[in-house]
Design a protein around this ligand. Structure first.
Ligand SMILES: Nc1ncnc2c1ncn2[C@@H]1O[C@H](COP(=O)(O)OP(=O)(O)O)[C@@H](O)[C@H]1O
Ligand SMILES: [Mg+2]
Length: 303
């Protein structure tokens, strides 16, 4: 089954809980019968800001990423989405605001430092080498080795096996892990990057516009892998300017416009239509649609 936009509905995990919006549900501890203490978010930013020279790229933005949830960051070009994820991924230190990891204040010295703490980022350009094989790209920078000292060598057979198993366990069907990365489709490359982050122990997976360059079908494939990563318990940050990609998979939605937050909504607190019209340009697009509609003759064009 597909939605109106062609994105497979099964990439989503159903809608809001029956009974509509309500207080956050806290599971009861079966041992004590008491409500279990809710875990802090894996990652949280409070009122972060960032300026570049005189340009305010981000001001007063707050959001959180929880285990087994997808936080969507939406906004038009220049909204500050990439700046926010660069803060989350340890590439930029925020000029103001707080960054909390597992509920405690955190500051990273580099993206590597953030990665060591389980925060993996898949950038738009993917940082992969097209002429290198899929399995070599998978282990780029983290090659498995056999032996010690002068006998140390790259465990090629082991690497191939791990990549095959990891891709299979995520349901990614790649004919041959020896083929050059560049021969994969855009959706397959994103999927390999997601499987790689999962394999290397990411707890938070940050994806910068993984579906924006893809057609409807390929975007659906990537959304499925995002759902898989979520179902394995990762917290996912999914950046997109497409509300039709975000809505089926998102648990919370942060809307950015020119560096400021238009609000953060839980799934139960917003409809797909509201999300679409809240997006920068939403009202303009509606006006444009009406304008373009005017010339249409009444009734079906092709009876
Ligand atoms: N390194 C930088 N130096 C100067 N300005 C920047 C830099 N990075 C981003 N900006 C500015 O910050 C604003 C937000 O950019 P960005 O976060 O890339 O938005 P988005 O990813 O939503 O398109 C833009 O006006 C952009 O020009
Ligand atoms: Mg961007």
């Amino acid at each position: 089954m597909t939605g109106t936009d062609g994105v497979p509905a099964d990439a989503a995990r159903g809608g809001p809980p029956p009974g509509g919006p309500g207080p956050e549900i806290v599971a009861a501890d079966p041992g004590t019968g008491r409500a279990a203490q809710a875990a802090p978010p894996l990652l949280e930013v409070r009122a972060v800001g960032k300026t570049f020279g005189g340009v305010i790229a981000l001001r007063d933005v707050s959001t959180r990423v929880c285990q087994g949830e997808v936080t969507c960051v939406l906004g038009d070009n220049g909204a500050g989405k990439s700046t926010l994820i660069k803060i989350l991924s340890g590439m930029h230190a925020p000029d103001s605001g707080e960054y909390l990891l597992d509920g405690a204040p955190a500051a990273f010295t580099s993206p590597r430092d953030a990665m060591d703490q389980g925060i993996a980022t898949v950038y738009q350009d993917l940082a992969m080498i097209p002429l290198m094989s899929v399995w070599r790209n998978f282990f780029l920078g983290s090659e498995p080795v056999l032996g010690r000292g002068p006998l140390r060598r790259f465990d090629v057979a082991g690497a191939r096996r791990v990549v095959r198993e990891e891709l299979r366990s995520m349901g990614i069907d790649i004919r041959d892990v020896d083929q050059p990365m560049g021969t994969l489709s855009g959706g397959e490359r994103q999927s390999v990057a997601i499987a790689r982050a999962v394999h290397f122990g990411a707890r938070v997976l940050i994806l910068d516009e993984p579906t924006s360059a893809l057609g409807v079908k390929q975007a659906g494939v990537v959304l499925r892998y995002i759902a898989q990563a979520r179902d394995r318990g990762l917290g996912v940050v999914f950046i997109t300017h497409n509300p039709h990609h975000a809505y089926p998979i998102g648990d919370r939605f942060l809307l950015l416009n020119r560096g400021t937050s238009l609000g953060e909504y839980g799934k139960a607190g917003i409809t797909r239509e509201e999300l679409t019209s809240l997006m920068a340009g939403g009202t303009e697009l509606e006006r444009l649609a009406h304008e373009l509609d005017r010339g249409e003759p009444p009734g079906p064009a092709y009876p």
